[in-house]
Design a protein around this ligand. Sequence first.
Ligand SMILES: [Zn+2]
Length: 198
Amino acid sequence: MYNHKQKWLDSALAANTDFLNRVESDNLPTQRTPGTVAVLTCMDPRVNLEAIGIPQFDTDGRGDSSVRIIRTIGAMAEERSLIIGIFLAGIREIVVLMHSDCGCCLAYNKIDTIIKNMEENLGESDLNQFKARIGEPFRENLRIWLKAFEDPYEATRREVSAIKAMPFAPKDLIVHGLVYELETGKVNVAVNGYREVG
Ligand SMILES: [Zn+2]
């Protein structure tokens, strides 16, 4: 399934050598930056956070963004990050940033491909163990378990509601829902969290 001869790690370590030659260690951010905002977005590398004002690091290694970034498939909430973010880092505002053409949307339509690839790459006993965990009907339950979706706007609204309904979510937690259009770079508001609080 995967070509291990590509040796991605070698190129990553070579890049680190270049990086060490290029940056001044004094420039690297080492102090914790207090901040109240976290962005929960997709792991898809096409989602450019500069589109909502979150800067990349400078080429000399400088970076001073205080925004916490949580990347998961389909911008789905991950409880551990939210608990530490809210109760230790001081997050008071969460932005769910979904996007068009998401892998979670593809997964909805290609659920049979996922199952076929699992069957081809997993041993029978591992697959059966996983199937037992998901339950029957496997195909439909897997779709739900993966939180695969058809419409990113509906999925965004669903995720915002799910975060607000979490038992550890403070009542005044502000949760926004945005959808980033890959084709144009435009960000559309699905949920304005300020309207839901207060
Ligand atoms: Zn995605």
